[in-house]
Design a protein around this ligand. Structure first.
Ligand SMILES: [Zn+2]
Length: 228
């Protein structure tokens, strides 16, 4: 059983890399948003509990989210483990996950942090465009449409989401990066962390992430700083 946590800022490439790594490891991707929606749709006891918060627009408490993950880890397709995407988001969640996994005689075997400097992330996000008809995603720098301004797939106009403008992106980073770095540090201290430079082409990044799952974790250096 291998439990791997994939960590990275919004725009670092987790969404692209999670399916590749999941396929390589032969384990499912467990993403918090999907798990909560599924639990709510199935009307399980946990799903109803989560829904009481979500329907009021409140955050689902850490303990509930951890239980949703543990519940999902019990499913047959997760016998060999799972890849956690978008969870844990805070040190408190990471500690709760450790506690509950330990009770089930499991642990987080490896955490992979896709490290990308904040300025690179802002630039990536500012280049993000979506098509107005179906939300197909483009990036003016790394994945532009064949004809400028036109979706390759449905021919609709390509636009920038208000959420992707630079000021909004920066505000989101300022809010999300400090708790993420606390989670990164949590796994570094637990000696299960590997840091992968996220400023590489997608294929090379995939290869390096897969290698990072397989190779031993380097010694803990208390003075290490992330590139961002
Ligand atoms: Zn489209």
């Amino acid at each position: 059983m291998t439990v791997v946590v994939l960590l990275g800022s919004p725009g670092a490439g987790k969404g692209t890399q999670a399916p590749v790594l999941s396929h390589h490891l032969g384990v499912p991707v467990l993403a918090s948003g999907d798990l909560l929606r599924t639990a709510v749709a199935k009307g399980t006891a946990l799903g109803r509990e989560a829904d009481r918060f979500m329907s009021r627009g409140q955050l689902v408490p850490d303990e509930t989210i951890v239980r949703v993950f543990l519940d999902r880890l019990e499913q047959p397709d997760a016998t060999n483990g799972a890849l956690l995407d978008g969870f844990p988001r805070t040190r408190i969640q990471a500690e709760a996950l450790d506690r509950d996994l330990a009770a089930a005689k499991r642990r987080v075997d490896r955490a992979i942090y896709i490290d990308v400097p904040t300025e690179d992330l802002v630039r990536r996000m500012a280049n993000r465009r979506i098509c107005s008809a179906n939300g197909h995603v483009y990036n003016l720098a790394s994945n532009p449409p064949l004809v400028p301004g036109i979706c390759d797939i449905d021919g609709s106009a390509i636009v920038q989401r208000p959420d992707d403008n630079e000021a909004t992106v920066r505000a989101r980073m300022t809010e999300q990066i400090p708790p993420l770095l606390e989670v990164v540090d949590h796994y570094r201290k637990a000696r299960v962390l590997q840091v992968v430079d996220g400023r590489q082409p997608i294929g090379e990044l995939s290869a390096n992430i897969i290698a990072a799952v397989r190779t031993p974790v380097p010694d803990y250096h208390p003075d290490w700083q992330p590139a961002g």
